[in-house]
Design a protein around this ligand. Structure first.
Ligand SMILES: [Zn+2]
Length: 98
């Protein structure tokens, strides 16, 4: 997270937004959890366990659908022969990439 989703103030690393006092804690937890699933997906990929990779990537994407998570999920979908899903997530990633 780079900015507060409520008021768009720059995120300073605190769990409460310094400007609007929004509680960012839950969001941070979600973000962190999504990151952990993404890491698990990548290590499953390294072990060529594509079903596990797919499951972890799907969880990461459900928590936080970033272009990065969508891309990992697209690759994982391909590897488990879910071609429609691969296409969906890949196009999401391409459209939302900076
Ligand atoms: Zn704020």
């Amino acid at each position: 997270m780079e900015r507060c989703p409520t008021c768009n103030a720059k995120y300073t690393g605190k769990r409460i937004c310094h400007r609007c006092k929004s509680d960012l804690g839950l969001l941070l937890d979600t973000e962190q959890e999504a990151g952990e699933y993404l890491e698990k997906a990548m290590s499953a990929f390294a072990e060529k366990d594509f079903n596990q990779m797919f499951l972890h990537a799907k969880r990461a994407c459900a928590l936080q659908r970033t272009p990065e998570a969508a891309r990992v999920l697209a690759c994982a979908s391909l590897l488990v022969n879910k071609f429609d899903m691969a296409m969906n997530h890949w196009s999401f990633a391409s459209h939302h990439d900076k």
